[in-house]
Design a protein around this ligand. Sequence first.
Ligand code: HEC
Ligand code: HEC
Length: 340
Amino acid sequence: MYKLKYKYWFISSLSFLLLIASFTPMSDQEIKPQQKLVDVLKSLGQDYPEHYIENPDSVDIKRGYDLIHVGKTNPPDGFASNAISKFYTCTSCHNVEREDPDLTLVDQDARLEYAMKRELPYLQGTTFWGTVNKESWYNDDYVLKYGSLVEKAKGSLKGSINLCATVCSQGRELEEWEMKSILSYLWSLQIKMEDLDLTEKEIDHMNELAESDNDSAIAFIKSHYLTKSPATFAELPESKEKGYPFEGRPQYGKAIYELGCQHCHHAYGESDLVLDNSILTFRWLKKHMPENSKKSIYEIIRNGSYSELGHKEYMPNYTLEKMSHQQVEDLKAYIEMNLK
Ligand code: HEC
Ligand code: HEC
């Protein structure tokens, strides 16, 4: 009798404990959607990156916003600052919003459709959204083709920002407070756990991993976004008359023209060449298409142009990731549609 009672007591208190345990959170470690990706990785044992800024100051963020969107701002010492570049702002070539519905892969059509829905520019540079969470910059062919210039920048966000301020923007080196401001602003565009769009099941799995094996948890999290933006410099078509072997889709071409080309080629824009919606312009684009000159959309899209002495504006090329061969044909189809 006594034994039985004891057993009963033991079982009931055990089930009581289990009941309690199922209601209380598993541990302080549990990862929540509002958490910043960088903090979650830190809690799993990965150090903050070299460009980390803890609790960026709101004044710095505002200055960074100005530098990126306008090109200059009011510096801490009160003297008016010089524009970083006479020709561009960073947003000539980079967005600051999320660009990809699925962060795990490069899908040009998905990105274009996403841009069409939100009227985002369709540009050569990678978005600044989430750039602080990347682990390398100026990747792949940028290193192969530009060599030592990019070699140093690749592993460092600060190095990449300075490279882009001086070379891409045809501007100058940044002052220390400018770099701090830009980084502060970029940290305001960082990825949060909820941006990874994990399912309930994946969240549970991640939390299970986090309890037993930090490295697997980190690897699991990193499989849900790209830690770098891949870059392939694409070839011209074998024949510019024939183009790439894809059937063009004019409605996508229209979006590329309006969200891409016209972002810079408008009156008083980054380029002196105005690409408007007139028959004359479309005829000009069509006529030059097969030529071996920068006036050919194939040449300018794939190879870009270079800045020359006394004329510093240039057009960055679109890598394959930023415009697929299919999409170049889409643009061509749209130009031709306007001439029918
Ligand atoms: C004329 C166009 C242009 C301008 C202006 C420009 N950039 Fe860029 N930037 C590029 C291109 C093209 C790349 C190539 C790599 C990429 O973004 O995928 C790049 C790369 C970068 C990268 C590395 C991105 C990555 O994921 O590899 C950073 C960071 C960057 N730029 C910052 C800036 C900042 C800050 C400014 C303004 C001071 C600026 N850029 C102005 C065209 C431009
Ligand atoms: C980030 C800004 C930017 C974007 C986006 C852009 N361009 Fe350009 N483009 C330029 C600049 C700057 C030049 C240099 C022209 C100049 O000297 O003014 C140029 C030059 C050109 C030229 C050569 C002009 C000549 O006579 O040599 C063509 C053609 C051209 N762009 C077409 C396009 C097309 C088509 C698109 C869209 C797929 C596009 N551009 C997107 C900035 C841009």
